[in-house]
Design a protein around this ligand. Structure first.
Ligand code: FAD
Length: 291
């Protein structure tokens, strides 16, 4: 499975300790030659400067392509266009274009800024007017909670592609059948861009469950059983998390998936171990198939 492509997602650090953790993760994972590293954008633009600083430093200090996430929340088109222009000037050519969640948290109705971009399709179109960015967008194997139906959700994905998106990364999911069903549906609807599974190893089961409830992601009964009675045992939870995520990726690879996007949460160990299990090794240390 060494022909797999990987990408890693980080969030911009707030404190010096978090800063150190991020750079330790970037330095550990960069030799795996990810297709790109992406850096998230905090709710309501709260990390605007930090996201910019982080992507700029990754560009300067690694030779890994970088993607900056950007959302439409609580900003005018002019403000967002200024961020896009500053990214392009800093050498950031790849944007993960997102609507974002309501400032009061996912689950509340989303009200676009009156002078802003209303959704990710409008943002992608706005970005393409500024410069020929590579555009990645989000997609939802189990339907975005705001979508009235899966068909409406797929129509939204098509609008994002019409606006310039050339790749979609999924919301995290643990039910591979949901992903495979979704892939079949979008292909039948004429969507032919790469759909990259977003993989989030479960280290904090109760936290993941809360997030999954908000996002509408299924938590399979098998996962519930595996994490039972491990509330006070983080080291075992980590081992199980890597095993479960590796099994998830291996099954998807058997179904033709060849690129995984890992939500690293700025930790190096899990994503590195996962890549190792999948045969993704540092440059010059290819898996010896004869061994
Ligand atoms: P969109 O695709 O614009 O819209 C989501 C849904 O809303 C659509 O599917 C559709 O059902 C409905 N909708 C929107 N506009 C319309 C319309 N005009 N008419 C009808 N229906 C409409 N959030 C952050 O804050 N920062 C990040 O860095 C970040 N990174 C992410 C990375 C990935 C890979 C993913 C999958 C999500 C990320 N998110 C991030 C979360 C994301 O912002 C939320 O999931 C948000 O609720 C939807 O964003 P979107 O770009 O998918 O929205």
């Amino acid at each position: 499975m060494s022909n797999l492509h990987v990408s890693f997602e980080f969030f911009p650090p707030k404190t010096p300790t978090m800063h150190e953790k991020l750079w330790s993760a970037v330095n550990k994972l960069a030799p795996l030659r990810p297709d790109f590293i992406s850096v998230t954008y905090g709710a309501g633009g709260s990390t605007r400067e930090r996201t910019h600083e982080t992507v700029s430093r990754i560009i300067k200090e690694t030779n890994i392509p970088v993607a900056a996430h950007l959302t439409c929340v609580a900003a005018t088109r002019d403000e967002i266009d200024a961020v896009l222009k500053s990214y392009w000037a800093a050498g950031v050519k790849h944007i993960v274009a997102l609507r974002g969640d309501p400032p009061n948290g996912a689950g509340e109705p989303y009200i676009p800024h009156p002078d802003g971009y209303a959704n990710a399709a409008e943002l992608a179109a706005g970005a393409m007017k500024i410069a020929p960015f590579e555009i990645t967008v989000g997609c939802y194997p189990e339907k975005h909670p705001d979508s009235p139906s899966m068909n409406a959700d797929i129509d939204m994905l098509k609008r994002k592609i019409d606006a310039g998106a050339t790749r979609a990364i999924t919301q995290f999911f643990y039910d591979n059948t949901a992903f495979l069903r979704y892939r079949d549906s979008i292909r039948a609807a004429g969507v032919d861009i790469p759909i990259v599974p977003g993989i989030m190893p479960v280290t904090n089961f109760s936290g993941m469950r809360r997030m999954a409830d908000i996002c509408g992601a299924t938590v399979p009964g098998r996962l519930v059983k595996l994490f039972q009675n491990l509330e006070d045992d983080p080291s075992t939870r980590r081992l199980i998390a890597v095993t479960v995520a590796a099994e998830q990726c291996q099954e998807l690879a058997e179904h033709g998936v060849n690129h995984f996007h890992f939500y690293t949460l700025n930790r190096d160990g899990l994503a590195y171990a996962l890549c190792h299990l999948l045969g993704v090794r540092p440059m010059g240390k290819a898996v010896d198939n004869a061994a």
